[in-house]
Design a protein around this ligand. Structure first.
Ligand SMILES: [Zn+2]
Length: 448
């Protein structure tokens, strides 16, 4: 009954009050997902041509780079023609951010500051219509998991957003999102117990979180013999979902886990449908390609709907395998067979809690002045090595901020050393690991 009211009354009222069109967009996206591949491609081409023209006419970076490369939006008659255009790197975005802002876009936008999956702090502008369109795309992806709009969501995530908005945020959460949260920044035994009690009481329609956190919860329930937590859907995101994790999660919750892939810079890139073979590209919002033109390699993503700060052929640091295979669900959206890159780890505190690498690197990269990139290596329970690629602004203050942040996060017994480096070494296969703990896997096992 509450789900029904939320879906048909509360959600539309909030959307109207906020002036957000995401529910209309969601209806459109539900309908068009079953269009045949050629229609989807035609729509992508039209969106691509429009964003290329907009970028060339109003964004200084692209006008200069494309002129220098001798390419023009009018040259693009097919999606493959995009291959002639230069690539945008994280360094471009970090050092020349202002040149990516559209001179013509005067509407509202949100600013997102992120360390991404490689520990490079970036600031992204996303225009309001683009934000609403992307939100609708994410809701559609949530529905592929079996969840329905209006049903409660349980989130396993660091730093829940609603807490930053005081009473208004809490009210919005209580009425609109009705989410139950487990904060993974401090994943203690006690917190996990409380969360399990909450999801048993609230019976969420969707369980949503980092792959490894979902696994830890599933494993805990399994050990306690609890088998009555039955969400309609489970969405796993932000890190690879390993088969052994998926197996435990699906066994304990009695439902399929839906793997999802995205990055902060463009939001949702692809997600599994109910068939769970490959991930459907969110083709209404992004166009993806592999840099080499082969099926496997570094991903280039083009945002089709952000006019405030267009991202065209952006190398986000992940590796993927694309496929031409058609999915048996009959959706016309193209498939990513597998996301190869991207890994997150956990760090263990001297008191035995686990802190997720994503949340941690985000904090270090965003809060410390003068860091171009950060890698955190935990050598021992009380010993951290911080590999930092410094920018010009790195100095005495940065070191002081680091000492304070380490103390606040891990307590007084954690030692740390700072290693200034020219670059963070890549793993074989081109992956970056922004957080490597030599002791957390054992601690995670002990927690079970
Ligand atoms: Zn499918």
């Amino acid at each position: 009954m509450l789900d029904f009211l939320n879906r048909h009354v509360v959600q539309p009222i909030y959307a109207a009050k906020a002036g957000s069109r995401h529910l209309q967009y969601l209806r459109t996206l539900r309908r068009t997902q079953f269009d045949p591949p050629e229609i989807v491609r035609a729509r992508q081409l039209a969106a691509l041509q429009a964003i290329l023209r907009h970028a060339f006419d109003t964004v200084p970076f692209y006008r200069a780079a494309w002129t220098a490369a001798g390419v023009h939006p009018n040259d693009v008659k097919d999606l493959a023609d995009l291959r002639q255009f230069p690539i945008v790197t994280k360094t471009d975005l970090r050092t020349r951010a202002a040149e990516f802002h559209s001179e013509a876009y005067r509407g509202p936008y949100v600013t997102k500051r992120t360390s991404g999956s490689t520990g490079v702090p970036l600031t992204i502008r996303l225009d309001e219509p683009g934000k609403q369109w992307k939100y609708a795309g994410t809701l559609r992806g949530d529905e592929w998991s079996g969840w329905r709009l209006g049903q409660r969501v349980a989130k396993v995530w660091g730093n829940p957003e609603y807490r930053h908005f005081g009473l208004k945020g809490r009210l919005r959460n209580a009425l609109l999102e009705r989410a139950v949260h487990l904060d993974t920044v401090r994943l203690t035994d006690g917190r996990m117990r409380e969360f399990v009690t909450a999801i048993r009481r609230h019976r969420p329609g969707l369980l949503f979180g980092h792959a490894h956190s979902l696994y830890l919860i599933a494993d805990r329930l399994k050990k306690q013999g609890i088998d009555d937590v039955r969400p309609n859907g489970i969405v796993s995101t932000a890190m690879p979902l390993h088969d052994w994790q998926r197996k435990t999660i699906e066994e304990v919750f009695g439902t399929k886990a839906t793997d999802r892939y995205g990055c902060e810079e463009t939001s949702l890139i692809a997600g599994e449908c109910e068939v769970h073979r490959g991930l459907h590209v969110n083709a209404d919002s992004v166009h993806v390609e592999v840099e080499s033109g082969e099926s496997t390699g570094p991903l280039l993503v083009t945002d089709l709907c952000n006019r405030a700060m267009p991202l065209i052929r952006y190398r986000n640091g992940d590796h993927v395998t694309l496929t031409d295979r058609a999915c048996s669900c009959s959706r016309g959206l193209p498939l990513i067979e597998k996301v190869e890159g991207r890994d997150a780890d956990y760090v263990v505190t001297p008191t035995g809690s686990l802190i997720s690498g994503i949340s941690l690197t985000e904090n270090f990269a965003c809060l410390i002045e003068g860091t171009a990139q950060v890698q955190i290596v935990q050598e021992a329970v009380t010993h951290l090595r911080l590999r930092i690629v410094p920018s010009e602004a790195f100095g005495v203050d940065s070191r002081r901020q680091i000492a304070r942040l380490v103390g606040d996060t891990f307590g007084p017994t954690m030692r740390h050393e700072i290693e200034l480096v020219d670059a963070i070494p890549q793993e074989p296969g081109g992956k970056y690991r922004f957080c490597i703990s030599k002791v957390a896997p054992a601690a995670a096992r002990a927690l079970r």
